[in-house]
Structure formats: C-alpha cells, structure tokens
Design a binder for this molecule. Structure first.
Ligand code: HPA
Length: 275
C-alpha cells in the first residue's frame, strides 16, 4: 500500500469515529466564503485541529472546520477553509484533504475561491463559473512523485477538469435566480504576493479570466481520482493593473462579505439540485 493512501485512509477513519454519515459530495469554501455552512441543517462541526494529521490553515478568513451537514435532508461534507501552497510549500499537504474526502466516499466536489478579475469585462462582486484552469503554480503538479495506483492513473486525463453536468446545474440555478454568473478560465499562481500588472497581462494572453492562489492542486488530485468537479470563483477585486486601488486581503474579505448572500444562495440551490 502507498504511504499517502494509508495516511488518508487512517485520517478518514478518525473522522468517521466522530461522524459516521455517508457522503458523496463535498464542498471546499475559499477565503471569506465560510458563511455557506450556516445554510446547512443538522451540522456537525469538527475543527481540523481536532483531527490528527489533517492539514490546518493559518490564513485569516479560513475557519478550519470540517462540517458535515444536510440540505433538504441529504448529506454533504464541507471544508470551511483550506491550506494553500504558499503556507507550506508542499502540494501533497495542500491536496491531502481531497484524498481524505475521497476515502470518506466523495465522488463529487464543488470548489470555491476568492479571485481577482483578469478579464477587463468582469467586476468585483461578481461570481464566475470556472470552466477550465491554467496551472501557473511554478511548483508544478501535486501528482509529482511515485504514483499511488490506489488513487488513480500515472497520467490522468484533464480534458474535462470541470464536469459539464455539474457546471450546467450551477448555470441553470443562476439563471433561475436571475443572477449574473460569469464564466471563464481560472489561473492559479502560487502567491502569497498578489500578481504584478505584467503577470496579469501575461495570464490574460494565456487565456485567464480570473487569477487566484488555490483550487488548481485540489482539482488536479480530484481528477486523478476520477471525481467530478465544478468550481465557482467569487471575484473580489479587479486584478493588479486593472484598477487604481492597491490589493489587500482586507479588501478581498470585505468583498467576500458583500457577495456572501448571492454566493450562498447560488451554492445552496446548486448543491441541493445535485444531491
Ligand atoms: N490575485 C490572486 N489571488 C486573489 C486575488 C487576486 O487578485 N483576489 C483574491 N484572491
């Protein structure tokens, strides 16, 4: 058995000893987007710090809880906060929670994040369905190293990283709600510094509509395990060079709060339709 596989299974067992609900769908909540858990019924909250071996985040705005909950009586599990590559320099650690969620039974994953709008037509406060991504984390892939065949193939296909059916559900939900939902390519760089204007221009040329510091490693690992994925970015600011204001985490958090209502209703109704 592979080391990583054994670890993930063991940690999943520890989680099961705290909450034994069957879950098929997981949600990862990004910076300032933790309010979604308030929409859940019958929530069981387990702080990451109480799960031996579960990576913990040091970023303000990331609560660090694994939350089992229900929507319309159907179970799901939510990560309220995540670990970023810039916190630990270790993509295996960043992606371990997704391995664990898979060991818990999850075959579908909805990822969310705060991101800067690189597409000049997109604005702060808007939501974007992620249709594809660019991995500009210079550290490379979380799959580098010996492949653990229990999880997936050595050379996983990435031709549909964001699943069409799940994405369609989110699209249709936004339409029903009369909510403007942008669509585009999410580009991840490692951070923690925000991009320079020149980097944003480069990423635009490569096809980026939004820029951020997360998500891509988790989506790669989920695809490795043949999980179905959909993603939503909350555009909290115009990317560097596209507005006169300087970027700050405070601004990102502030905007996250403003769009929280739209974000939570879109996610709640989309996930309800998937369960
Ligand atoms: N760049 C990178 N990450 C981000 C941004 C940004 O402009 N906004 C929120 N997260």
């Amino acid at each position: 058995m592979g080391q990583l596989y054994d670890n993930a299974m063991e940690i999943a067992q520890r989680i099961r000893s705290r909450c034994d609900r069957k879950v098929d769908l997981c949600v990862i909540l990004g910076s300032g987007l933790g309010a979604f858990v308030d929409a859940l019924e019958n929530a069981v909250v387990i702080p990451y710090s109480e799960i031996e071996g579960f990576p913990t985040s040091s970023v303000h705005g990331h609560a660090g809880n694994l939350v089992f909950g229900q929507l319309n009586g159907k179970d799901l599990v939510v990560m309220q906060g995540r670990v970023h590559y810039y916190e630990c320099g270790d993509l295996k650690r960043v992606t371990l929670p997704v391995r664990i969620l898979h060991c818990l039974g999850c075959t579908r994953m909805i990822v969310t994040n705060a991101a800067g709008a690189a597409n000049p037509n997109f604005n702060a406060g808007e939501l974007m369905l992620i249709t594809d991504h660019l991995n500009m984390m210079m550290a490379g892939s979380p799959l580098i190293g010996l492949n653990e065949d229990q999880f997936g193939a050595r050379f996983p296909d990435m031709s549909e990283p964001y699943n069409r059916q799940l994405s369609d559900i989110i699209r249709q939900t936004a339409k029903k709600q009369g909510l403007l939902l942008r669509e585009g390519v999410y580009c991840a760089s490692h951070g923690p510094e925000y991009e320079t204007p020149a980097e944003v221009r480069l990423f635009q040329k490569l096809g980026a509509d939004a820029v951020g510091m997360s998500t891509v490693p988790e989506v790669v690992v989920a695809n490795h395990m043949l999980m179905k994925v959909a993603g939503i970015s909350c555009l909290t600011n115009k990317a560097a060079g596209l507005s006169d204001t300087k970027l700050s985490h405070a601004e990102v958090m502030e905007c996250g709060k403003k769009v929280a209502h739209d974000f939570v209703t879109l996610l709640r109704d989309s996930v309800s339709a998937m369960l």
